[in-house]
Design a protein around this ligand. Sequence first.
Ligand code: 5RP
Length: 239
Amino acid sequence: MKSGGVKRGRGEQPDDNLKREAGYYAAGMVEDGMVVGLGTGSTIAFAMERIAERIQEGLRIQGVPTSYQAEIRARDLAIPLTTLDDYPELDLTIDGADQVDGRLRLIKGRGAALTREKCVAAAAEELVIVVDESKIATLLSAPVPVEVIPFALRPVMLGIRALGGDPVLRQGIRKDGPVITDNGNFVLDCSFGTIEDPDRLEGLLSLMPGVLSCGLFCAFTDKTTVVVGKSDGCRELSR
Ligand code: 5RP
């Protein structure tokens, strides 16, 4: 399917057209009656924009937002919302990613929403990831966000260094001091260089006491479709 007729709005970057292509394409995968996980970030925002248009045209869905950003955006767009309490199993989740490798393993969390994003991805029968071409890599190498409870900041930093990582406490913009996540925690951006074994690293990071979750998403590849926005349309990647 191709969205077609995608326009650029005021203040948008050239890349926004590719994000919009991907977002609109993914919005076309949503079916009537579905309960849909709604990811965080600028690419999924385009999917939500198109889902909202489809709701005006008669589509009936409910969304589970992965962050305050997603929740506020969904309310602005009049997308009906529900929770994992009411729907612990979702039909579909649409979300963005920071990097995708050849086996559809992901790095997520630039927006510090990684923990709720992972919960909602895990709950979904299908995971649709919307990206532009710049996010596709042979091997993962972007910094891995790690959400850590403030109490355990120093031991977790030591533990990450022992794994060969370089953890940097994420700082706020237009807020002095560290970023505080929607769950009240800190985020460490951890550079590991090229990650040879992302599954193993995800396991090791996730097991550290004080780590709530990490931005490696390696367990969902069987149910993942990556929609890549390109200048001439969209390409679907799945296993
Ligand atoms: C937020 C995320 C985002 O989905 C990811 O950073 C991609 O964002 P964007 O589509 O704006 O590039 O993981 O925590």
